[in-house]
Design a binder for this molecule. Structure first.
Ligand SMILES: C[S@@+](CC[C@H](N)C(=O)[O-])C[C@H]1O[C@@H](n2cnc3c(N)ncnc32)[C@H](O)[C@@H]1O
Length: 397
């Protein structure tokens, strides 16, 4: 299913004809399974199960004169998906939409989101009206379930990152860290963009069946995103549509390069792996070249740079580039690399011309990739003909 989601996300970028071709290629059944899986992931219908009573909705996707349906039942026992076997109780509400239109709404640029052909077919008035008058009561969740599905199809009601962090169980907003406010600031404007995200550190450490909280958070935050998680432990059991895990050691540059060649370039790389300075620095040096222009590289848990225990850090020389924070701090001077008058002031760094922004927060840094070669008119004169300037920076008489 993972490949089907990739194919549909990629086609959604290219418009209706590309999507029709992708649906043909993937097949209507696989398209329906992928889109229904996506709707269920985003709708969080399990949150409605306590509202009371069992209710169900059928989602029908149409394409080329054919249709495929899935029945979704929501009740106190949870959310269940099946074929279209008639549920017990109230007949289901049916939501019918063209498959290409639905795929474009879920995975396309926002301007392609459109109700278009969508129809909501409520249970017959002959069933509903007598129930309203004499009972048995209409389940309270009936409208809420349909409304959630429609909201997902309209790409409305997107939850803030804090909520997604808590919902998916990452520590990015927790008693440990308050990172989501900074991620929201930097990534919020990119939310509807087509994104390729790589996060180092899936979570769960040696337990191959746990972790993935932040990957699922990014999957929901970036509806058009393809999310990759790299971990030293095998986490494949956590793979989902649009979420792929890769087993590798972040301190192995050859492995990182091979992976980046295959799945890059990236819009975002996040390092939440071992937090050991040599690993963080190796990963940055290897992966930063695979970041797209205007891409962002985030490094979490900078405390690892200082703590000898757990992370082999050091507080002895806070500017030592062998440790994560000292290494990142050099980039602040790198932003101004064209301003130095004495070529001996500092060694040129490979990132001087390719880092356009450096943002530090508590335990978290963002490095923005971009051209940093604006030039320095004053610096040029000061270097080449300082006598042309007066003593206070005014032109000499
Ligand atoms: C803090 S957890 C990641 C949490 C996750 N990003 C989240 O926000 O939910 C750190 C993960 O890094 C992994 N890790 C540790 N050393 C690593 C290495 N050298 N290369 C890749 N992953 C590593 C661990 O197995 C662990 O699962």
């Amino acid at each position: 299913m993972t490949d089907h989601a990739h194919a549909l996300v990629e086609a959604a970028d290219r418009g209706g004809h590309a999507m029709a071709a992708a649906v043909e290629c993937v097949g209507l059944h696989n398209t329906a399974a992928t889109l229904i899986n996506e709707i269920l992931f985003r709708a969080h219908l399990d949150e409605l199960t306590t509202v009371g009573g069992e209710t169900s909705v059928i989602i029908t996707l149409t394409h080329g004169g054919k249709e495929v349906s899935a029945l979704i039942s929501v009740g106190p026992r949870g959310v269940a998906v099946s074929g279209t076997a008639a549920p017990t109780g109230l007949p289901p509400t049916r939501i019918v939409q063209d498959a290409c239109e639905m795929a474009l709404a879920l995975y396309g640029p926002r301007e392609r989101v459109s109700p278009g052909s969508r129809e909501i077919r409520w249970p017959s008035p002959h069933v509903m009206v007598p129930r309203l008058v004499n009972g048995p009561a209409v389940p309270k969740a009936l409208h809420a379930v349909v409304q959630r599905v429609v909201q997902v199809l309209d790409r409305e009601g997107a939850a803030p990152l804090e909520e997604l962090a808590v919902r998916h169980g990452t520590d990015k907003w927790s008693f440990l860290h308050q990172y989501t406010q900074h991620y929201q600031r930097h990534f919020g404007p990119l939310r509807d963009h087509r994104m390729t995200v790589l996060e180092i550190g899936v979570g769960g450490y040696g337990d191959t069946e746990t972790g993935g909280g932040s990957l699922y958070m990014w999957k929901e935050f970036f509806p058009r995103g393809l999310v990759y998680g790299l971990d030293i432990a095998d986490k494949h059991v956590l793979d989902r549509p649009r979420v792929t895990t890769i087993t590798a050691d972040q301190s192995d540059p050859d492995a990182l390069r091979e992976i980046a060649e295959k799945i890059g370039p990236f819009d975002i790389v996040i390092d939440d792996g071992s937090h050991m300075s040599p690993h963080v620095i190796t990963s940055f040096k290897t992966l930063f070249p695979y970041l797209k222009a205007n891409g962002v590289y985030a490094v979490e848990d900078l405390h690892g740079s200082y703590w000898p225990h757990l992370f082999s850090g050091s507080e002895r020389d806070l500017n030592d580039p062998a440790f994560t924070v000292g290494f990142l701090k050099q980039m602040v001077d790198g932003l101004n690399h064209e301003e130095f008058l004495d070529p001996g002031t500092r060694d040129a760094q490979p990132t001087d011309a390719t880092v356009k922004g450096v943002h530090f927060y508590h335990n978290l840094a963002f490095i923005e990739k971009g051209t940093n070669t604006e030039g320095s008119p004053f610096g040029t004169v000061l270097r080449e003909a300082p006598e042309r300037l007066g003593t206070e920076g005014r032109p000499a008489e």
